[in-house]
Design a protein around this ligand. Structure first.
Ligand code: GTP
Ligand code: MG
Length: 372
């Protein structure tokens, strides 16, 4: 892939398109760099880029530059470009100027990171500001997260460190040329002594402006193992198969009379323009869908593909978390969660993201059988 093609694909991803599905997995390490405004994240990122290149490795950077520049510094991208990396093919920088990325900041930066890993970069650095949900989501998508703090933050440091404890794999006390480093270091040590030694994040000191301590930090980063991708997910359970039929009157007897399935519910879902019959099939269910109008999505489906299997449905215990996870992975969710007639919440995942199957994901299944 040429730099130009990569730039075009990155723009497409920022505009909400999925990462190309034929992209290789890649071997690169995704590293999140976060911390309070002005801590030196961009300066440290720039120093890491230099160090990575010194070791003949390649690096891509995703920078989420705050739209209002609290620190008054130049945007990260400009700064790195101003240095000697501007026509270096081993460095690729994409900065998102605002937090209002299409499809959400976390989704977009995680998708960009996957694009860059697929393009073969050895390291992918993501700089973000703060300790919000975005940072937690980005940390979940990264192999490791650096939390940058600075000396002399007083009581603030306590709150920041506490908020970032759960996402920090490595702490960096930057601006180690400033007074108060020793105190901050011992505060950190005291706080970390509460966590078990095995998962206690190491603490480094750096002076990002002149590169002090960056090589030592790099020695650790270069030996990080990629985080296993199969982190325990939500509890999944088969829920039902949705079948589009032209006529319930004609199709229902096969299921009830011949197969002996029990009718659980019958209802009309106005906004989908569909009559629905839910049948019990052991621990699972079968849902028959009959259009009530020619402009019903089900009518259009039957017109295009004939009656038959329309969707498959899975039940999860935590739908919002599942949606976040799917979106971080680049899947397209077709709408905001909706409440179905059975009181359950549901979304549909676009078949293009799921091997050609329209998946419905549900939280809380039809529990109480009811008939209209
Ligand atoms: N003294 C000293 N100054 C530093 C160090 N690292 C960064 N700075 C300065 O701190 C200021 C902020 O640095 P940035 O790298 O822009 O900080 P940031 O965390 O990226 O800031 P935001 O992206 O705005 O949150 C700049 O003026 C840097 O030159 C350091 O190690 N020592
Ligand atoms: Mg910055």
């Amino acid at each position: 892939m040429t730099t130009r093609e990569l730039a075009q694909q990155a723009t497409a991803v920022e505009n909400g398109n999925p990462v190309p599905s034929d992209l290789p997995q890649g071997h690169g390490l995704i590293i999140g760099i976060t911390g309070p405004p002005g801590a030196g994240k961009s300066t440290l990122t720039t120093a890491l880029v230099t160090e990575i290149r010194r070791r003949d490795k390649t690096v891509a950077v995703v920078a989420v530059d705050p739209s209002s520049q609290a620190s008054g510094g130049a945007l990260l991208g400009d700064r790195i470009r101003m240095q000697r990396h501007h026509d270096d093919h081993g460095v690729f920088i994409r900065s998102m100027a605002t937090r209002g990325a299409v499809g959400g900041l976390a989704r977009t930066s995680a998708a960009l990171a996957r694009l860059f890993r697929g393009a073969g970069f050895d390291f992918i650095l993501i700089e973000t500001v703060g300790a919000g949900q975005d940072e937690i989501d980005i940390a979940a998508a990264a192999d490791a997260t650096l939390v940058v703090i600075v000396p002399g933050m007083g009581d603030d440091v306590q709150a920041i460190k506490a908020g970032m404890m759960e996402i920090a794999d490595i702490f960096v006390i930057n601006k180690a040329d400033r007074p108060g480093v020793e105190q901050t270091a011992s505060e950190m040590e005291a706080m970390l002594s509460l966590t078990p030694e095995d998962d206690r994040p190491p603490v480094f000191r750096t002076i990002a402006t002149n590169g002090t301590g960056v090589s030592e930090l790099m020695d650790v980063l270069i030996h990080l193992a990629p985080r296993p991708r199969s982190i325990p997910g939500p509890q999944w359970q088969a829920d039902h198969l949705g079948i589009a039929v032209r006529s319930l009157a004609e199709s229902l007897p096969f299921y009830t009379d011949q197969l002996g399935m029990k009718l659980l519910a019958r209802e009309t879902v106005e906004h989908e323009k569909v009559n629905v019959v839910m049948l019990s099939a052991g621990t699972s269910r079968v849902e028959l869908l009959e259009p009530t109008s020619p402009d019903s999505p089900i009518a259009r489906f039957i017109e295009k593909r004939g009656p038959g299997l329309h969707h498959a449905a899975m039940r999860v215990d935590d739908l919002p978390a599942t949606i976040r996870r799917l979106e971080l992975g680049g899947a397209r969710i077709l709408s905001e969660p909706r409440r179905g007639a059975g009181g359950h919440l549901y979304v549909f995942v676009h078949p293009a993201s799921a091997g050609g199957v329209l998946w419905e994901i549900i939280q809380d299944s039809y529990s109480a059988p009811h008939t209209n």
